[in-house]
Design a binder for this molecule. Structure first.
Ligand code: P6P
Length: 340
């Protein structure tokens, strides 16, 4: 019988792909894997467990109502990562500022992690897929000192690993260390992630466009032109496309990664830089999509090359199949000839 590879086995096999390979990737991912399993078990019974469901009646730094499961996932990932002695600091959507570990072991950590512990959590109550997104960087401050803000404000090109966990009809962990993208599906009967999607690549073309069209009247004329382009019948270019918008970034991204498509959260007159966070939402997904052969842009420049200035800064996001992202970039440059 063909043996299937577990996440742990895969990481050991690929340890050489991870810079400074001394088992560090294995320990980092074992923390993420453990936290993902525990969060998964809580999400699966969220409808039943009163003490988890519902809001804590407080807001996070984003001004968004903090659901108990957000806080639970945030605390769990932080505890699990701290315990592996590889991380000197963590930044999270749920934390106002970054957390640096001041003890000697923490200060000796060589990596920092940025994460959205439970993206799309407003969907928990309606049983829609949600996800965790993470980005791993090598610290730039000296080992042995406390992490600094500069460790977290590195461009996405400096990520040494990035990935997401999608809690959907099945739970999957998808990640890259810069050598392709691989997906692992969780088998809850044995508590193991198995390699189910080796060497994931995104089709260059797709038929799916994902955007919240409720914001149409607030978009620029160029973004409106692309949305209209997606809807214009043209058999030669596979149009009209299908509109698919789950309202959960990880779920929309994952579907487009597998099937081809584009996800967009543009700037608007209401929110000039859009809604999504550069450091722990767009950058990790941009690394994944580029490693899978796709593209991620803020409409004008490569997401990964944006030099961050603030921990929670937002940026417009156009991400997915290369030819679709390039099409919208042309339109954003005012090249209307492409909408014929
Ligand atoms: P809107 C969830 O809050 C999230 O950050 C992403 O997961 C999702 O794609 C987006 O916001 C949805 O935002 O404004 O369309 O409801």
């Amino acid at each position: 019988m063909k043996s299937i590879t577990t996440l742990g086995e895969f990481i050991i096999q690929r340890q050489k792909d991870f810079p400074y390979a001394k088992g560090e990737l294995s320990r980092l991912f074992s923390a993420i894997r453990l936290a993902a399993k525990v969060v998964n078990s809580q999400i699966n019974k969220a409808g039943l467990v009163d003490n988890i469901m519902g809001s804590m009646g407080q807001e996070n730094v984003q001004g968004e109502e903090q659901k108990k499961l957000d806080v639970y996932a945030n605390d769990l990932f932080i505890k699990s990562l701290m315990a592996r002695n590889e991380v000197c600091g963590i930044a999270s959507e749920e934390e106002d500022s970054y957390i640096s570990f001041s003890d000697e072991v923490g200060r000796s950590g060589k990596y920092i992690i940025l994460m959205d512990p439970l993206d799309g959590s407003s969907n928990i109550d309606v049983n829609v897929s949600i996800g965790t997104i993470f980005a791993i960087y090598r610290r730039i401050s000296p080992v042995g000192t406390e992490a600094t803000l500069d460790d977290f404000l590195q461009p996405g090109t400096e990520q040494v690993a990035a990935g997401y966990v999608i809690f959907g009809s099945s739970t999957m962990l998808v990640y890259s260390t810069g050598n392709g993208v691989n997906g692992f599906t969780f088998d809850p009967t044995v508590g193991v992630f198995y390699l189910s999607h080796p060497d994931m690549t995104i089709p260059d073309e797709g038929k799916i466009y994902s955007i919240n069209e409720g914001n149409y009247s607030y978009f620029s004329e160029e973004v409106k032109a692309y949305i209209d382009y997606c809807k214009q019948p043209d058999p030669a270019t596979n149009r009209p496309y299908s509109g698919r918008y789950i309202g959960s970034l990880v779920a929309d991204f994952h579907r487009n990664l597998l099937k081809g498509g584009i996800y967009m959260y543009p700037g608007s007159s209401k929110a000039p830089n859009g809604k999504l966070r550069l450091l722990y939402e767009s950058n990790p997904l941009a690394l994944l999509v580029e490693q899978a052969g796709g593209k991620a842009s803020d409409g004008h420049q490569r997401i990964l090359e944006i030099v961050p200035t603030e921990l929670h800064q937002r940026a417009p996001l156009f991400i997915g199949s290369t030819s679709m992202v390039e099409q919208v970039e042309r339109l954003l440059k005012g090249d209307r000839g492409q909408t014929a």
